[in-house]
Write a protein that binds this ligand. Structure first.
Ligand SMILES: Cc1ncc(COP(=O)(O)O)c(C=O)c1O
Length: 422
């Protein structure tokens, strides 16, 4: 009713003022706050934009009370590690947050940026790596840069928003396959092959290593087995696999024995390394192409020195101190076993990402989360569209359709801090 009135008013005022109907953009925004924003009045400060205070750890303060935090990405517990903090502080003191100024290509290059890239390439067993100033933009931009309008992208329906945005920037065709469904994947590959035979383009397959919402790994081994037949290139966003699965945390491809089949590997520093920034790794000439053609990097400031030096420290710890990953898995396994034994549905996770799927609607999910926070001192987040995963139709994301699925997740993605539970 309100919505109808709003539209009539807008229409009438526009007609009288200009004798033509032009919707004011702010009026539209005021009338439709978006899938998450529509709930902001009830959720802001509690379910959305909550303030967690105190040192980053398994226990923090929420609204004046101590809670056990199950909702942050600090997989290896490096965020507040004293050695990491010391290196961050020292580098900030020496360089400040400004240096180097400008984009890498113009004036933002340093030997430390190059050193970090070499170390990442060597650890990832790829020829070269390129640093990205933010994971989201970097991933999106790498996908966009790799393809031209003759190419076809085939992508998993539950790919992270940054991959979807990269796919959206692509000027050629894109075909989505049902999440981790190999029949659907092959069907889309067939379509892509038929099309590229006409356009003369290539095929880029885009998926995640560890799916950050549901915790299941992309079926990289099965996907890779189709490479020879279809001749595609494989791009893997392994934001949640980097540092947590595979040897020393080399990622999901390594764990599945197909690391070499990943043509372009994307990892972020924002999860296991508990900082900001990201990288792509792959063949030298391809990475060099990306270095010169990724608009998000060419036209944006280089990562500040303390971030780069801090990332070198974190990477070294990740490689040389396997106890961090071992502890993560000790805690993750205990948590997942316990949740399963207690009858919770944690889906098909085969990573440390531990979702709890709930039956019911948004009301039940918020009630449960409220109860956990207020009565049990457990800080969990609810994941709903557009952050949610299973059952989501990426091709036409629609919050109401998702709500009808009645499936909600609670997350425990920072397992390191859950040591008390192990
Ligand atoms: C799968 C995936 N890819 C990319 C990103 C973006 O990374 P960043 O936070 O470094 O921008 C995220 C972060 O949520 C993610 O979960």
């Amino acid at each position: 009713m309100l919505d109808f009135k709003f539209k009539c008013n807008t229409f009438a005022s526009s007609i009288s003022q200009r004798n033509t109907y032009v919707l004011d953009i702010f009026d539209r925004i005021r009338g439709n706050r978006g899938p998450l924003g529509q709930h902001a009045k009830d959720t802001h400060g509690y379910f959305t934009f909550p303030k967690l205070e105190g040192d980053i750890s398994n226990r923090m303060m929420f609204r004046g009370k101590e809670v056990l935090v199950w909702s942050i990405n600090n997989y290896l517990g490096l965020a507040n590690h004293p050695e990491v903090r010391a290196v961050d502080a020292e580098a900030s003191k020496e360089w400040g947050m400004g240096y180097p100024m400008g984009a890498r290509m113009m004036s933002g290059q340093t030997k430390y940026h190059e050193e970090l890239e070499q170390k990442l390439a060597s650890f990832m067993q790829k020829e070269d790596a390129f640093l990205l100033n933010y994971g989201y933009q970097g991933c999106q931009s790498a996908i966009e840069a790799l393809v031209n309008r003759h190419d076809v992208i085939v992508y998993d329906s539950e790919s992270h928003a940054c991959m979807i945005d990269g796919v959206r920037l692509h000027q050629g065709k894109r075909f989505v396959f049902t999440h981790n469904d190999m029949d659907s994947f092959v069907k889309q590959l067939d379509r892509a092959k038929t099309l590229t035979e006409q356009t003369g383009g290539g095929i880029l397959v885009v998926t995640e290593g560890v799916f950050g919402m549901a915790g299941d790994q992309g079926k990289l081994k099965e996907i890779a087995s189709y490479k020879e037949k279809y001749g595609f290139r494989l791009f893997v966003d392994d934001a949640h696999g980097f540092g947590t699965v595979g040897e020393n945390g080399r990622g999901a491809g390594d764990e599945q024995g197909v690391h070499d089949a990943i043509d372009v590997y994307f990892g972020t520093f924002a999860k296991a390394m508990a900082t900001i920034g990201a990288f792509v790794a792959g063949p030298e000439d391809v990475v060099d192409f990306l270095r010169y053609n990724m608009r998000s990097q060419t036209f944006a400031k280089s990562l500040p020195m303390p971030i780069v030096i801090g990332a070198i420290k974190r990477l070294e710890m990740m490689i040389n101190e396997p106890e961090h990953k071992a502890n993560l898995w000790k805690v993750a396994s205990a948590l997942q076993d316990g949740l399963r034994k207690s009858g919770f549905n944690i889906g098909d996770t085969n990573s440390c990402v531990t979702p709890v799927f709930l039956q019911g609607g948004l009301g039940e999910a918020t009630n449960l989360t409220f109860d956990l926070r207020e009565n049990h001192g457990i800080f969990c987040s609810i994941v709903v569209y557009p952050g949610g995963s299973q059952g989501r139709d990426h091709a036409s994301p629609h919050p109401d359709r998702r709500s009808q699925l009645g499936r909600r997740q609670l997350h425990n993605r920072d397992l390191q801090k859950g040591q008390d539970q192990a």
